[in-house]
Ligand binder design. Structure first.
Ligand SMILES: NC(=O)c1ccc[n+]([C@@H]2O[C@H](COP(=O)([O-])OP(=O)(O)OC[C@H]3O[C@@H](n4cnc5c(N)ncnc54)[C@H](O)[C@@H]3O)[C@@H](O)[C@H]2O)c1
Length: 268
């Protein structure tokens, strides 16, 4: 019998109450990881219960914590290690996105992105790395985006800046910890239908948010948005020993959305 690829691994997943984090947690449970699902929202326990219902053998705890708060992340990491042993994998997924025209964007909105998207990942890495080092290594998977490093839409200045910063953090940590057996990679997702994207659709087209979402799919060569568990599969691979020689990588997962050169030239 083939061993599930995350059997025996201990993983901490942030932003796990909904959206992609929920999909990542579901996928990690499927592959046999022991998981701590971390989220700002107490709804994370109900989400964990849903996943336990799908995978009755899954070992899952939850922690209500703000990734922007280092002490809370230290507590969540300790609770994970106390329950399951040293953390092997950190999935730094929690993030926020708010749109506003650049000149009208309040400093508070900019700082919100810096605090959650950049400092939140920073805190999650600093809180979990000591456990990895104590146990001979580990893996970190960071949710960056195609936004910022590759493409951008108007109104996304704070979000794009924060997601591009995570590419730099990924590369530096990959180099810094390579000889201590911690691999660090990031995902660059196009679009998945999650509460975040539904909110962006309302901000983009308050009268008809569904058409904003439908229009995203039109621009994707695969003509659909990602499912959260498809992103979960990438996080599972990058967190697993099967990715043992991959570090510092930026993996685009976008159904081809960043490929077309034009929307008008070509044979189909
Ligand atoms: N959905 C997409 O299309 C898309 C595309 C590219 C990148 N991403 C990135 O993927 C990640 C997840 O996105 P999503 O669409 O699932 O978002 P979402 O808003 O749907 O869900 C995010 C989850 O994170 C939690 N969260 C928010 N702030 C937090 C904090 N300070 N501390 C702890 N938890 C917090 C929320 O409560 C929520 O459960 C984000 O980093 C996002 O930037 C998403």
């Amino acid at each position: 019998m083939v061993q599930p690829k995350l059997e025996g691994k201990v993983a901490l997943i942030t932003g796990a109450a909904a959206g992609l984090g929920e999909g990542i947690a579901e996928t990690y449970a499927k592959y046999g990881a022991r998981i701590c699902m971390v989220d700002l929202s107490p709804d994370v326990e109900a989400t964990a219960e849903r996943i336990r219902g799908m995978y009755p053998d899954a070992r899952i705890i939850t922690a209500v914590a703000n990734v922007a708060d280092r002490a809370q992340m230290d507590e969540a990491a300790k609770a994970t290690a106390d329950a399951f042993g040293p953390i092997d994998i950190a999935c730094c997924n929690a993030g926020v996105c708010r749109l506003a025209p650049f000149e009208q964007m309040p400093d508070a909105m900019r700082d919100f992105h810096i605090d959650v998207n950049i400092k939140g990942v920073w805190n999650t890495c600093q809180a979990t790395i000591p456990y990895m080092l104590s146990n001979g290594g580990g893996a970190i998977v960071i949710a960056s985006s195609v936004t910022g490093d590759i493409v951008a839409d108007a109104g996304e200045a704070a979000y794009a800046m924060s997601k591009a910063a995570l590419v730099g953090l990924t590369k530096c940590l990959a180099v810094e910890y390579a000889d201590r057996n911690i691999r660090v990679n990031c995902s660059q997702l196009g679009y998945a239908r999650t509460p975040m994207v539904e909110k962006m659709a309302v901000e983009s087209n308050p009268d008809d948010p569904e058409s904003a979402i439908a229009d995203i799919a039109v621009g994707v060569p695969m003509k659909r948005l990602a499912r959260p568990t498809e992103v979960g599969e990438l996080f599972a691979f990058l967190g697993s020993d099967e990715a043992s020689y991959i570090t510092g990588a930026q993996v685009v997962i976008d159904g081809g959305s960043t490929l077309p050169e034009t929307m008008s030239i070509g044979t189909n």
